[in-house]
Design a protein around this ligand. Structure first.
Ligand code: KG4
Ligand code: ZN
Length: 399
């Protein structure tokens, strides 16, 4: 079955079309289209994502990305223009009443498209920024109406967990999943497909948020994750950068600075990153006062901050894996695009004989393929609930 998926939870407008075959235990996914339009340039000016701007940009981008995706998946998509029935037109006017720009494009373009050979539409219901989520949801509802297709709401976090299944994988349970994104830092236990128990989460900032805030302290542009990662990579380390063992002598050897590893030994699976960020802030203030804050020092701080965050993430993921006798570790979310974190997790998994699944880079940060995968697996499992009336839920939890 072919699923068209839409993702607008933050500052990426994404549409994918994925062919889903096989069974729940042996799913086979074929990605027919995978498009993401990033709004980074627009938000960069403000140093972070501005929800009202994100909403406006999603409204502008969705129809063009849809047309591009349909073209990639099915070839030329224009047919004879078919006007909407009056009843349908009225309903669309209502559904899209808060998205003027999207509505205009919808009426101009959608009637000219052939009804695509898709079996379902999936869209992110949450968590995320509600104004941004609503645009995708309203667009999905309008499409489901005019094309007469079933619509399925998807949890964005389940999408991040399942993103690494885009390439065929053998999965053994229990699974410990580490979600690391701009809004979330969670360790999740799964004893079976589509079953989740959150065993730990951040008590304050998400790790991606910490990367972004520390980047701002270091005068780096938004989003901070990739910038810190680039800067940290300029610090040469002759010895392996990976520091799995918290007692390792190697810790922080490439930096003259030492930052805290918050909650490393807390005995639970929770995280805290706001103190780490504040430690960077005080350090930078002190260095600036002493006129010692230069490019080299900045790189060393970026490196040490990244090391501190990675050490906590990897150590806690490993102890969760050991405690729950995990056979598979899955990592997902935007921060998993970080090369040093990928390397550290890989080393930890191979040393401890754990199977590790990490999504390809293009499925790591926000995308719609992962949303299609989630809807697809749920359909294969007979666990999906179609709906045309659901609401955006900015704080949606994994269950
Ligand atoms: O999953 P995602 O695209 O959006 C959310 O659901 O939040 O994650 C975005 C987060 C941002 O905080 C960004 O700075 C971070 O992922 N990120 C990175 C890297 N690439 C993106 N963090 C560290 N290193 C990276 N290379
Ligand atoms: Zn995300």
């Amino acid at each position: 079955m072919k699923i068209l998926a839409i993702e607008t939870s933050c500052d990426d407008t994404a549409i994918s079309i994925v062919d889903v075959k096989g069974s729940l235990t042996k799913p086979v996914f074929k990605v027919l289209a995978h498009n993401i339009s990033s709004q980074i340039k627009i938000h960069q000016e403000w140093g972070g994502v501005v929800p009202s701007l994100a909403k406006r940009e999603h409204g502008k981008n969705l129809v063009p990305i849809l047309v591009k995706s349909l073209g990639e998946a099915f070839g030329k998509g224009e047919g004879k223009e078919k006007k909407f029935e009056e009843k349908i037109e009225k309903k669309i006017n209502k559904i899209l009443e808060r998205e003027p720009e999207l509505k205009e494009q919808f009426f101009a373009v959608i009637p000219k498209l052939k009804i695509p050979k898709i079996d379902a539409i999936a869209v992110t219901k949450g968590p995320g920024l509600e104004p941004a989520l609503w645009v995708g949801i309203n667009f999905a509802k309008a499409l489901a109406l005019v094309w007469d297709k079933p619509l399925y709401p998807v949890n964005h976090l389940e999408g991040h967990i399942l993103a690494s299944l885009a390439t065929p994988q053998k999965v053994a349970f229990p699974i410990i999943s580490l979600i690391v994104s701009g809004g979330h830092t969670e360790l999740v236990l799964s004893k079976d497909w589509l079953k989740y128990k959150i065993i730990g989460r951040t008590r304050d900032d998400a790790v991606g948020e910490a990367f972004d805030k520390v980047a701002r302290i270091l005068d780096l542009p938004y989003p901070g994750g990739p910038e810190i990662s680039k800067l940290a990579a300029t610090i040469s380390t002759e010895r392996p950068r990976l520091l799995v063992n918290p007692n390792s002598q190697l810790r922080g050897e490439a930096s003259q600075f030492r930052l805290p590893r918050p909650m490393l030994h807390s005995g639970d699976f929770d995280f805290s990153f706001s103190g780490l960020k504040t430690a960077v802030l005080y350090l930078v203030q002190k260095l600036k006062q002493a006129n010692k804050f230069d490019e080299k020092i900045k790189a060393e701080i970026a490196y040490e901050f990244q090391q501190a965050a990675i050490e906590v993430l990897v150590t806690k993921t490993l102890s969760a894996g050991q405690k729950f006798k995990a056979k598979t570790i899955i990592a997902g979310g935007g921060v998993i695009a970080n090369t040093a974190l990928r390397e550290a997790l890989s080393k930890m998994a191979s040393v401890n004989n754990l199977k590790l699944l990490i999504p390809e880079l293009s499925y790591s940060t926000d995308n719609a393929t992962m949303i299609a995968l989630s809807a697809g697996l749920r359909l294969l499992a007979g666990k999906s609930q179609k709906s045309n009336t659901f609401k955006a839920d900015g704080n949606l939890n994994l269950k």
